[in-house]
Design a protein. Structure first.
Lengths: 147, 375
């Protein structure tokens, strides 16, 4: 999990982003063809007994996927929880564009800065939720009896 | 003779209209939106996702709206919808140790790494009506600590595990793919993966009752809540065409680790044993009930007696599914005219035969007694 590639990072950011956020980042739609139209299916979510033991099927989750190809041949994929077809197509386009903008292993400028900003926003939301939870952390104190 | 009965189409169409009106209630009251149910009835949505065995908050909210808040009917809608979808595959097993914690409590350790985090809970409320909620427009303003919680917190049983006092929880050799009861028929005795899947989609009330029965002595369990944690966990999936794990986003989960005494047996030294519960959404009662019954169902594995319902996998697994149970109970109200006609004929015939036999016996008796009566 920690050793995620930059592409895995941005795909994770996109799966958590809203359709509008992705549309805002992508801007005008680049020329493309849809190789696999947005499709909703399920993924069976697995857990482990006791958290670390035998695998078991917890239940399914809805997932929507899409594959696109830009005019230059670059393919973009999206896989995310939920049933938002428009978001799936936009995220696949962004995945292709982000790969395009990657030069010599450099992940900066343009869309990469945009996706970093989106990731930072998601981190900030997570941190805020965590700080609210942290406010409910119990401070125990021990009552001393006698001497 | 079998008589096919047709008819009722018009009546059925009319009932569809009528139920739509009943669902809507007083039109002077604004219609509830799916988003409102999703955001403001999240615990009901969690129950529908669990018992419908499908994680999708919007669909759970829609199901509740469509079913007028009937949770089992809503779960049925989720199950039916699920069957229309292709399955892309299975996720990587969830890593609950990496959960973004919103609540985490332990009844076994006061001071544990990461601390006791109460989170959003009704546990410490007074259960007095808050009549201010009769009015709208009140915004909550929760406090914020200056620093977030630890990024990850150890699962409590793993702390005992390090001392060797806790039953080890390791995948079997080869880390096999789990059984899927939505694809294959269940046979007994059922393995733990089957039991856990069945309980995860099982009825909360049924599991609560069974868990309670175990505590009350119908299964002799002396559990502690090692840990309950609630929060968000990433779901990872490896699409074949990509060959690497894609993070699909986060699901909210509740996990319960129940710690039980175990006196030991011929083969196993005295130690603590585990009961495990994992469910979608914030569903503590369900996760706790599941973990109690999980431990009870492990009785056979530990060489314990299995005298009580919660310890018997066939009983638990065959009756936990409320969509199946409701289907079988509620089918009784559908037309059984032909079956009933048959039974009616049968009862009439038996009665006729009985009356004839009694009349014969009476006749014989009268003949027997006749001479005496004549005397």
């Amino acid at each position: 999990m920690n050793a995620r590639t930059p592409r895995q990072h941005w795909m994770a950011t996109l799966s958590r982003a809203s359709r509008d956020e992705i549309a805002g980042l992508l801007g005008a739609l680049p020329e493309h063809e849809v190789l696999k139209a947005p499709e909703t299916g399920t993924v069976m979510v697995e857990g482990r007994a006791g958290g670390a033991g035998r695998r078991f099927n917890l239940g399914e989750a809805t997932v929507t996927r899409c594959v696109v190809r830009l005019a230059n041949g670059r393919m973009g994929f999206s896989y995310a929880l939920g049933r938002d077809h428009r978001k799936a197509r936009l995220a696949a386009l962004l995945d292709a564009r982000l790969q395009d903008e990657t030069q010599d292993g450099r992940y900066e400028g343009g869309l990469h800065d945009g996706i970093a900003a989106l990731a930072a926003q998601q981190d900030a939301a997570r941190e805020l939720a965590s700080r609210k939870a942290a406010a409910t952390k119990v401070d125990f104190f021990t009552l001393v009896r006698g001497e | 003779m079998y008589v096919a009965v047709k008819g009722g189409e018009a009546a059925i169409l009319a009932t569809h209209d009528l139920v739509a009106e009943a669902r809507r209630g007083d039109p002077a009251v604004p219609e509830i939106t799916v988003a409102q149910i999703r955001e403001q009835q999240a615990l009901a949505c969690a129950r529908v996702m669990n018992e419908g065995s499908l994680y999708d908050k919007d669909l759970a909210a829609l199901a509740l709206k469509q079913s007028q808040g009937d949770v089992i009917e809503a779960a049925f809608l989720m199950r039916a919808y699920r069957t229309t979808l292709p399955r892309f595959g299975s996720s990587e097993p969830l890593d609950t140790a990496a959960m973004a914690i919103r609540r985490r409590v332990s009844a076994t350790y006061k001071d544990l790494p990461g601390g006791q985090v109460l989170g959003p809970t009704y546990d410490y409320t007074h259960r007095l009506f808050d009549f201010a909620l009769m009015e709208e427009g009140r915004e909550a303003e929760p406090r914020k600590a200056s620093a977030p919680l630890d990024a990850t917190m150890p699962r409590v049983p793993d702390i005992l595990g390090a001392e060797g006092l806790m039953e080890a929880e390791e995948p079997p050799a080869g880390d096999p793919r789990p059984f899927d009861l939505t694809r294959d028929p269940v046979s007994f005795p059922a393995d733990r993966d089957v039991r856990l899947q069945s309980m995860a989609r099982g009825d909360e009330g049924f599991l609560l009752g069974l868990g309670y029965s175990v505590q009350r002595g119908f299964g002799g369990s002396h559990p502690f809540v090692g840990e309950v944690r609630v929060g968000e966990v990433a779901v990872e999936f490896v699409p074949e065409e990509l060959g690497f794990a894609v993070d699909l986003g986060e699901v909210t989960l509740t996990e319960c680790q129940m710690v039980n005494q175990f006196q030991g047996s011929k083969d196993v030294p005295p130690q603590f044993t585990r009961g495990y519960g994992l469910v979608f959404g914030h569903s503590e009662r369900k996760a706790m009930s599941m973990s109690l019954v999980d431990r009870a169902l492990k009785s056979r594995d530990f060489g314990e007696a299995t005298n009580y319902p919660a310890q018997q996998d066939e009983f638990v697994l065959y009756h936990a599914d409320n969509v199946e149970a409701a289907g079988f109970v509620e089918h009784l109200k559908l037309p059984h005219y032909v079956d009933f006609q048959g039974e009616l004929e049968l009862i009439r015939r038996i009665r006729r035969e009985r009356e004839e036999r009694l009349a014969q016996e009476r006749g014989a008796k009268e003949q027997d007694t006749m001479p005496e009566a004549a005397e």
